[in-house]
Structure formats: structure tokens, C-alpha cells
Write a protein that binds this ligand. Structure first.
Ligand SMILES: Nc1ncnc2c1ncn2[C@@H]1O[C@H](COP(=O)(O)OP(=O)(O)OP(=O)(O)O)[C@@H](O)[C@H]1O
Length: 311
């Protein structure tokens, strides 16, 4: 569990993190979203004791990071996959981390296996590692202490499709084991598939702390997707009713202001074939983009309650 209470970090004259209070609970994957400069990395650094708060506090498993005796056994993190000495091998890097936290050396082979880094690769210097291999090594380092809490900043960066799918499965299985998984990503489609819960910030303030499902439901414009072999005829009929009609990126029309029943009846009354008629919600990406485009920093002032998704 991660608990932030009125967490504040001031740089120069500006609050990068501004009275942020939230709880990241075990047993689920929590996504951390916010536009560039919203304060996500700063928050993660504060959680990990890499920076000190100006005010407020944040704890991991009930303790401040600085008070953890063997931190890697409590919290594993991936903030910057390039933060590895290029002259060392992956094996040496992980062995050094293990030794520094009283973790048995045999754990190194376990985590290498878990992240799919072959033994011979793990013995070569990391300087030649691809971005994807570096990312796997970073995740191995995060897992070395078998921690209850995982904090990962953009963990799918540089991974190919198979790697992204692998991370998704790994995050979900770690959460299913009862661990706390907190991750940021700019890949919305991936976040939608991976996270159960979302914490959204803008300008250092809490905007939403809610389930993925509720975040999308509350902020999406529900619409009906309709396809017909005579799309223009259908569009004319829909618009004549005063309903909003937009082109769906996948083809067909997105219709606002009515429901599937009314559209189906309308098409039938005019002898028009309909090949698809689906009530639909926006994707996370659509909701998020609309929110971000709505105003710089998500109308941070309006979201004072913090618990409700923005509208
Ligand atoms: N060490 C620092 N000194 C001064 N200002 C900083 C420092 N670190 C971050 N900031 C500022 O704090 C704000 C929040 O930055 P932060 O990197 O936490 O945002 P972010 O949400 O992680 O953004 P991104 O998605 O681009 O990584 C920004 O305005 C940034 O310029």
C-alpha cells in the first residue's frame, strides 16, 4: 500500500506536486496518468525517497522510504531503465543490488528467468543492450527483493508487441498475488487493458481517483455505432432527426443523442439494412485526450473534490 497525504513538492516558485492525497491499494493495478509536467515523476521520486517533500508525507507499507531497513524487499521500482552502469553485466548489476539488501544471490537467476533474459546475455555487458533488454533488466531489478509494492514509470517503453503483452500479464499476475502495482504510461490503449484503477493528476493536483470503468463511463460520451451498406442515406435520416452523427475511425457512424432502439426502428421504417448497431463508450484514450484538450491542466481548480472524474 502507498499512502500520500497532502504531499507537496515545490520547485522554485511553483508546486510540482500540490497537496496530493491518495492511496494505492494492493491486489490491483493502479495506473497513474497526467499530461507532461503534471508531476507524476516527481510523485514517484517522493515515494521512493529520491526527493524530499516540501510538505505532507508519503509512506510505503506504512513507513517512509527512508525508514525502510531493506527497501528493495518492500518496494521495487523502475524509473529510468538506463540507470545501469554500462560496463557491468546484468548479472553483476542484479547481484550487487541483492547483496546491498541482504537478498540471497540465487534470486538473481530467478528474476532473470522471470523477465526472460537468457543466462548468456545476462553475463555480457549491458552497454550493448537494446532498449527492450534494458527494460527487462530494469524490471528484474525491481523484482529482485520480491517486494510487496512495485512502482514503474513507463514500463513498456521500448518493448515490442510481445514484450508489451508480457508486461501486461506480469503486472496483472503480480497484482493477483496481492501486491500493490503502481504504473505510469502514455500508452493509453495499454493502460486501459492493464489497469483496474486510475489516479489522474493535473498541475500536481488530484483530478480523479476511481476505477478504470467509472473513469471511462463518467467522462465518455456514450454513443451508438451503426453501420449500413447505404451509409449516406442512413446519415441523412439520422441528421434529419437532429441526432449528432460523426464518422467512427473504424468505419460506420457514431450517433449521439439517441439509442440503438430508436436508430434500429428508424432504419426499419425506411427499409434500410443495418449491419451493425452497437451501444458504445469511448476508449480511455478518447476520454483522456478530450480531457487533456479541454483545458491545460484539466481545469485543476474545478476538481477540488478529487474523487469524481472530471466533466
Ligand atoms: N528537479 C527539478 N527542479 C525544478 N523543477 C522540476 C524538477 N523536477 C520536476 N520539475 C518540474 O516539476 C513539474 C512536474 O514535473 P514531472 O517530471 O514530475 O512531471 P511528469 O508528470 O512526470 O511529466 P512527464 O509526463 O513529462 O514525465 C514540471 O513543471 C517540471 O518542470
Amino acid at each position: 500500500m502507498i499512502e500520500a497525504t497532502e504531499l507537496t513538492k515545490r520547485y522554485g516558485g511553483r508546486n510540482a506536486v500540490d497537496k496530493l492525497s491518495f492511496t494505492v491499494r494492493p491486489g490491483r493495478v493502479t495506473g497513474f496518468l497526467g499530461p507532461n509536467g503534471a508531476g507524476k515523476s516527481t510523485t514517484m521520486r517522493l515515494i521512493l525517497g529520491l526527493d524530499t517533500p516540501t510538505a505532507g508525507r508519503v509512506t510505503v507499507g506504512g513507513k517512509r522510504y527512508a525508514d525502510l531497513r531493506a527497501p528493495l524487499r518492500t518496494v521495487g521500482s523502475l524509473l529510468d531503465a538506463k540507470g545501469v552502469h554500462g560496463g557491468r553485466s546484468a548479472h553483476q548489476h542484479l547481484a550487487a543490488l541483492a547483496a546491498s539488501n541482504g537478498i540471497p544471490g540465487r534470486r538473481v537467476d530467478d528474476v532473470l528467468d522471470l523477465v526472460g533474459l537468457p543466462a548468456d546475455t545476462a553475463r555480457t555487458r549491458t552497454k550493448g543492450f537494446s532498449l527492450g533488454m534494458g527494460q527487462r533488466l530494469g524490471i528484474a531489478a525491481a523484482l529482485i527483493g520480491d517486494p510487496e509494492v512495485l512502482i514503474l514509470d513507463e514500463p513498456v517503453n521500448g518493448l515490442d508487441t510481445e514484450g508489451i503483452r508480457w508486461i501486461r500479464g506480469l503486472m496483472k499476475s503480480l497484482a493477483a498475488q496481492g501486491r500493490t502495482v503502481f504504473l505510469s504510461s502514455h500508452l493509453m490503449s495499454e493502460m486501459e487493458l492493464t489497469a483496474d484503477h486510475l489516479i489522474v493528476i493535473g498541475r500536481g493536483r488530484l483530478i480523479a481517483d476511481t476505477t478504470m470503468r467509472d473513469f471511462i463511463r463518467t467522462n465518455s460520451r456514450s454513443h451508438t455505432l451503426v453501420r449500413s451498406p447505404e451509409p449516406e442515406k442512413l446519415r441523412a435520416l439520422l441528421e434529419a432527426r437532429g441526432w449528432g452523427v460523426r464518422l467512427d475511425p473504424g468505419g460506420g457512424w457514431r450517433v449521439d443523442g439517441t439509442d440503438a432502439t430508436a436508430i434500429g426502428d428508424l432504419a426499419r421504417d425506411h427499409g434500410l439494412a443495418v449491419h451493425e448497431l452497437t451501444p458504445a463508450h469511448s476508449t480511455l484514450e478518447e476520454v483522456y485526450t478530450a480531457l487533456a484538450g479541454d483545458s491545460a491542466e484539466y481545469r485543476a481548480g474545478e476538481a477540488a473534490s478529487g474523487k469524481e472524474a472530471v466533466r
